[in-house]
Design a protein around this ligand. Structure first.
Ligand SMILES: [Zn+2]
Ligand SMILES: [Zn+2]
Length: 107
């Protein structure tokens, strides 16, 4: 997720304003769900719960407040937009498991 409580960016009023504009533009609906709905039948779009940066802030901080770089997404679709963070999470989980195994062997 882009959203980090610790990042002061997400507490800035400029962000809150542009975030609200993005949600209004997308009618508060998840853009990925809406796209999928156009191609498949039986899709029920979710309401957007977050606003995602299409080009990450780490790459283009100059676009962090650019409406064209923002996309309203539901939590599920947002996670799919961040495979790099998901793999990191799995790696961490694996490391924890390894640490556990090592401890068991030691005992
Ligand atoms: Zn969605
Ligand atoms: Zn994101």
């Amino acid at each position: 997720m882009d959203y980090k409580e610790s990042d002061p960016f997400y507490h800035r009023k400029e962000w809150k304003r542009v975030r609200a504009q993005a949600l209004a533009r997308d009618h508060g609906m998840c853009c990925d769900c809406m796209d999928r709905m156009k191609n498949e039948t039986g899709i029920r779009p979710n309401r957007a719960t977050m606003v995602h940066h299409i080009i990450p802030r780490s790459e283009r901080p100059d676009l962090e407040l650019c409406l064209e770089n923002l996309r309203s997404l539901c939590a599920e679709c947002h996670e799919k937009n961040h495979p790099e963070k998901r793999s990191k999470f799995h790696r961490m989980k694996k490391e924890r498991q390894n640490a556990h195994t090592m401890r068991v062997i030691k005992v």
